[in-house]
Design a protein around this ligand. Sequence first.
Ligand code: PGA
Length: 253
Amino acid sequence: MRRPMVAGNWKMNGNREMAGNLISEIDRGLSVELATSVEVLVCPPYVLLESTGALCSDTPMKLGAQNLDIHESGAFTGEISGPMLLDCGCEYVIVGHSERRALFGDTDELVGIKTRAAFEKGLVPIVCVGETQEEREKGVMANVVSRQLEAVFSETQGNVFPKALVAYEPVWAIGTGLTASEAQAQEVHALIRERLSQVSAEAADSTRILYGGSVKPENAEGLFGQPDIDGGLIGGASLHAQDFIDIISAAKS
Ligand code: PGA
């Protein structure tokens, strides 16, 4: 039985005041029953990790980062390492988000190395994969997602799964208001699960695969009701407490 997760990716948004209000409002809406059945994660920007982690410590919410550097320490100006994230109270880290891939040069190989670096340091990676609009139109969606996963398998021998999560985030659905239909999302989630079976039967059965890309309270229940969708990675809607709570509620089985 895979426990669903709903993770909020705040991206480059927020400040300490906003984080304080948001965390306390979400906490008020999280009943014990809801928090028991759904794992809830927030991923604020680096500079808010420590203060948000302190706010989360009396709540069921867990803390994750949005990225990490592959090195442990040293002369890498502006970068943040896995051990630093652990020191701030992070349990999870998003790796290979499409914005990192498109804007900051995260190649398939680097995403694989980041996944390994995170896991080796004791963080749980949430590995993002997904195709662009153009790739979907060309009919190469399956090749792209498989290639992105293969790079992670080859850097890690796949042994990060089933502990690590995969997030399927079709790039054309991120922040655009467009969402994959339930059938489109389920098709790719099933493909990802099939690829995970190359690693092991346990990886295929137990790895949680999140859907991301314009998840809203209105579409969450239908998406999360699909057999291979185990929750969501939420961008815009995670900045609004009531929307985020409604999305968490939709993940409750
Ligand atoms: P969105 O972002 O929910 O705003 O589309 C999702 C993501 O990028 O993780």
